[in-house]
Design a protein around this ligand. Structure first.
Ligand SMILES: [Zn+2]
Length: 198
């Protein structure tokens, strides 16, 4: 009788019968291994996505701003050169395919990792123009604004996330940090005022 191999636990079971398998698979250790396995897999997926996006961004495949986005069809006819004309199509955020939203949302995550909160906030703006309720973009812009010291904007974005998804742990934690950061700023300001007038 062939032995049963459990992928998750990386072990062979001594017997292969339905009852042995059932006992093994309902064991605490096996369940933990399954959880670890999927957690690791998810982290690898996320990391590879981030790596790919970062690489594409660094190679210039993803435009860092919407201004280089292709103009919408129908806006291709340039105005006659004699007319000053309305702003050129390139000046307007062009409605693009929905993939762009995903790209900009992922790009924002990479920009945060790269320590570029200003760019991350801009990427999120692009996403939120099209999808005002995009949770990840709202959250990432909140994080970016907090990093830039724009605590009111950060609070507004994070509160929007929590209005849509009240149990969002990441947003709860980030909002907590922003509140603490705000108190420190206030304390610093008060101290400065005391020095000036005290
Ligand atoms: Zn197992």
């Amino acid at each position: 009788m062939p032995k049963f191999y459990c992928d998750y636990c990386d072990t062979y079971l001594t017997h292969d019968s339905p009852s042995v398998r059932k006992t093994h698979c309902s064991g605490r250790k096996h369940k933990e291994n399954v959880k670890d396995y999927y957690q690791k897999w998810m982290e690898e997926q996320a990391q590879s996505l981030i790596d790919k996006t970062t690489a594409a961004f660094q190679q210039g495949k993803i435009p860092p701003t919407p201004f280089s986005a292709p103009p919408p069809a129908g806006a291709m006819i340039p105005p006659p050169p004699s007319l000053p004309g309305p702003p050129r199509p390139g000046m307007m955020p062009a409605p693009g395919p929905p993939e762009r939203t995903v790209l900009h949302a992922n790009l924002a995550a990479c920009q945060l990792l790269l320590g570029q909160p200003q760019l991350a906030a801009q990427s999120c703006d692009r996403v939120l123009e099209r999808e005002p309720g995009h949770l990840k973009a709202l959250y990432r812009r909140g994080v970016a604004q907090a990093a830039l010291g724009n605590l009111e904007k950060a609070t507004a974005d994070l509160k929007k996330v929590l209005a849509i998804d009240p149990k969002n742990r990441a947003a709860q934690e980030e909002l907590g940090k922003v509140v603490i950061q705000g108190k420190k700023q206030d304390a610093g300001l008060a101290q400065g005022l005391r020095k000036m007038f005290g």
